[in-house]
Write a protein that binds this ligand. Structure first.
Ligand code: NDP
Ligand code: 8X3
Length: 250
């Protein structure tokens, strides 16, 4: 046992669920949060209540977030690592046709909730000389049609991470922005409102990044020597690269 505690948001699926597995296997204790309580309970059942503590709440609900933090038992309260992973994309419509409520949900989840939890945990993280890993995206750097607000939220996450580095100068707290490209999780299922066929089509034959790849990357970042900080790291599947600008002709 490392004696260290990670709080991993979005632990019920995809990157977050795989990251719980990696950190528990590596001897850490984990605070696992997400909305789907049944999936969180499965993590507790699998690893034991002494290794995984489940907090079921919606990250958009600040009061619920505060009481979740306040409810942490002493063994899980001293957080060494915050993995801000909970997030989502909704829709791929161009801005002029987009659903405003979907835009707001992305901003509330990917931006507002992320900064709120970060702010709440900063005193503990500073005391522990801990670390923050924010899950951003290649969408933070490379725009694509229909990526509008999702890309905007991730650009915020990347830039906020760099800003945190500046503010936390001298505290020993490390901050990293992790920026993955195409990865097969429940991400596309959520984005398309549950269209499994669309999700399968996107990933078919592409050998996308796996949740395990990202979990392993987060594990590597978190366990580097304390004098090393990865500021940002961008990952893509080998099958994915760049294309040119689009030109509209009259
Ligand atoms: P998944 O859909 O598989 O997992 C998303 C996680 O976020 C779930 O555990 C979900 O839990 C949680 N979540 C979403 N909304 C809320 C909410 N309101 N309150 C609490 N938890 C919430 O997707 P990924 O694992 O792929 O996504 C993880 C992160 O990685 C996201 O930030 C995403 O933007 C980012 N990302 C994904 C990429 C990809 O191609 N897959 C690439 C680059 C970045 P629950 O529904 O139980 O609440
Ligand atoms: C997820 C990757 O390209 O779908 O952040 O935006 S992408």
């Amino acid at each position: 046992m490392s004696g260290k505690v990670a709080w991993i948001t979005g632990a019920t699926a995809g990157f977050g669920a795989a990251t719980v597995e990696r950190f528990v296997a590596g001897g850490w204790c984990v605070v696992a949060s997400g909305r789907r309580a049944d999936r969180l309970q499965q993590l507790v059942d699998r690893h034991g209540a002494e290794r995984v503590h489940a907090l079921a709440f919606d990250v958009r609900d600040e009061a619920a977030m505060r009481s979740a933090q306040a409810s942490l038992p002493a063994e899980f309260a001293a957080i060494d690592l915050l993995v801000n992973n909970a997030g989502l994309a909704l829709g791929t419509a161009p801005a002029q046709q987009a659903d405003l409520s979907q835009w707001k949900q992305m901003i509330d989840t990917n931006v507002t909730a992320l900064v709120t939890l970060t702010r709440l945990l900063l005193p503990t993280l500073i005391e522990r000389r801990g670390a923050i890993v924010n899950v951003s995206s290649t969408a933070s750097t490379y725009p694509y049609p229909g990526g509008n607000v999702y890309g905007g939220t991730k650009a915020f996450v990347s830039q906020f991470s760099l800003g945190l580095r500046s503010d936390l100068h001298g505290t020993g707290v490390r901050v990293t922005s992790v920026e993955p490209g195409m990865a097969e999780t429940e991400f596309t299922l959520v984005r398309t409102g549950g269209d499994q066929a669309a999700s399968d089509r996107l990933y078919a034959g592409a050998h996308p990044i796996t949740a395990g790849d990202i979990a392993q990357t987060l594990w590597w970042i978190a366990n580097l020597p304390a004098h090393l900080n990865v500021n940002r790291i961008e990952l893509m599947p080998t099958s994915q690269s760049f294309a040119g600008f689009q030109v509209h002709r009259e």
